[in-house]
Design a protein around this ligand. Structure first.
Ligand code: UDX
Length: 461
């Protein structure tokens, strides 16, 4: 029988400790995982940085332990800053986390604590726990394919695929099909080797943990998961799609979603609206924003567009539509809505939504697939290029929009996705993946079995 109650002697609950990386794309899967573990009987304690701290009022059943992350957080102006900050955060919290973990262990008693689940980008946190003899599990919030790239990073340098050379961008990476050099997880030129260091630390974090948790599922990445299980000595738990498996809803949002867009969507026919969003970090140039806007306007397709504060480079605190070109609102009057943040899972699940223009973050990609919504991917950095490659060439549920953005090509891509024959085929295939994802989440399905295995494993540590 599946283990359901995580109890120790005397019927006391076992504790699971969690430490998310404080960015939206990492917080969401960690909170979905915590909801799932809580439903299976674990008491949940969330350690978190002061930066991007969660709201404890939204999770009355959890205990929250705030860990100071040192100096005031700098204003981020680009992805390079985010990479630097990701590396600093774990180290900045290390000493304070050691103190807080030690007192929590004393309070709960050692054998009541099952383990710590930490984001794989928090190596210093995982090391502190290991030194205090707390077993750890690493959560990687990207795809299994991306995880395989992380493990292969030293090889990619040895074989000369990296650092990327302009003349080799379209060369296939023979060891990691269907990736081309341009699809590898990189951020700009990485002259200082920061990304290489970030990936090396994440790889170490996975290897020294007692297991790896991935927000993916068997029907989506069977071959990639098999590869990981061959290459890693630790067990791999493919327990996604977490947002479909966890009872916790979208209560880990750092920005307030504008729910009025759901009502606005109600008025449109099935599969007619294009949803446009670039996640929580990606930044576009003012020029790309203008071309995107006029491409959307020219397509005549109804749209819901998330224009986040700070989404356009150099506009950190400005009013959300500051950079939308003059005349755009008039040109699209009556068929578009612009919001600063959307309840994305519900938007993608709305019957009126027929396509998603996305940056291809892993959460967005998985959320779109699980609702059967085909995509136009405009990747910016990190794992997004690889996700776009899989969307177009492996799952064939969307197209990559590459190169310089021009309003004409934007318009054509949108039309192709929303009203073209191949768009319809992509929608059909996305529908099949939606079905496969759902089959994994029912009793006896692959993801449910993986969750049972994970819990048995956690209780055995
Ligand atoms: C980052 C990286 O960019 C991504 O590639 C990596 O896999 C995880 O970390 P982010 O860029 O924010 O994440 O993208 P994504 O992974 O798609 O996560 C964004 C999350 O915010 C999604 O869960 C999405 O549902 C949510 N969201 C986004 C909203 O709730 N409302 C919005 O308006 C936009």
């Amino acid at each position: 029988p599946a283990p359901t109650m995580a109890t120790v002697h005397g019927g006391r609950r076992r504790h699971v400790l969690l430490f998310p990386l404080p960015y939206q794309g990492h917080i969401n899967p960690m909170f979905r995982l915590s909801g799932l573990l809580h439903a299976r009987g674990f008491a949940v304690t969330v350690f978190h940085t002061q930066f991007n701290a969660p709201d404890p009022a939204l999770h009355p059943d959890y205990r929250f332990v705030s860990v100071p992350n040192g100096s005031p957080t700098p204003v981020l102006v680009g992805i390079k800053d985010v990479v630097a900050q990701m590396m600093e955060l774990g180290a900045a919290c290390e000493a304070a986390f050691r103190d807080r973990l030690a007192s929590v262990l004393e309070e709960y008693s050692r054998d009541a604590v099952a383990c710590l689940v930490a984001d794989s980008h928090l190596l210093p946190i995982i090391e502190v726990a290991a030194r205090l003899s707390v077993p750890t599990l690493a959560l990687r919030t990207g795809s299994a394919a991306c995880c395989a790239c992380f493990l292969a990073y030293p090889m990619l340098f040895d074989k000369g695929y990296l650092p990327v050379q302009e003349s080799q961008r379209d060369m296939p990476v023979l060891e990691l099909p269907p990736y081309r050099v341009r699809d590898l997880p990189i951020v700009g030129e990485d002259g200082g080797g920061q990304v290489r260091e970030l990936i090396s630390r994440a790889t170490t974090a996975m290897k020294i943990s007692s297991g790896l948790i991935l927000n993916t599922f068997d029907a989506l990445e069977r071959r990639e998961l098999e590869g990981l299980r061959r290459d890693l000595a630790v067990p791999v738990f493919d327990i996604g799609p977490l947002h479909k498996l966890s009872p916790a809803g979208g209560d880990s949002s750092l920005l307030l979603p504008d729910r009025s867009c759901l009502e606005w969507l109600d008025a449109w026919p099935p599969e007619s609206v294009l949803y446009v969003s670039f996640g929580s970090v990606a930044c576009m140039s003012p020029r790309d924003l203008v071309e995107t806007a006029w491409g959307i306007a020219g397509s005549s397709v109804p749209f819901l567009w998330v224009v986040r504060p700070g989404m356009v480079s150099g506009s950190a605190d400005h009013h959300h539509d500051h950079h939308l070109p003059e005349g755009f609102e008039a040109a699209t009057h009556g068929r578009g809505m612009v919001v600063t943040w959307a309840p994305q899972e519900e938007v993608l699940g709305h019957r009126a939504v027929g396509g998603f223009w996305t940056h291809g973050g892993w959460n967005s990609t998985a959320e779109s697939i699980c609702e059967g919504v085909p995509m136009l991917c405009r990747p910016y950095f990190g794992d997004q290029m690889g996700n776009a490659r899989y969307v177009e060439h492996v799952w064939r549920v969307g197209l990559e929009v590459g190169g310089d953005l021009e309003r004409g090509s934007v318009e054509a891509a949108i039309r192709r996705l929303m009203t073209g024959d191949d768009g319809a085929e992509m929608r059909t295939r996305a529908g099949e993946l939606k079905k496969a994802a759902a089959e994994g989440t029912v009793e006896g399905g692959s993801s449910c079995l993986a969750i049972d295995k994970l819990i048995t494993h956690m209780l055995s540590l």
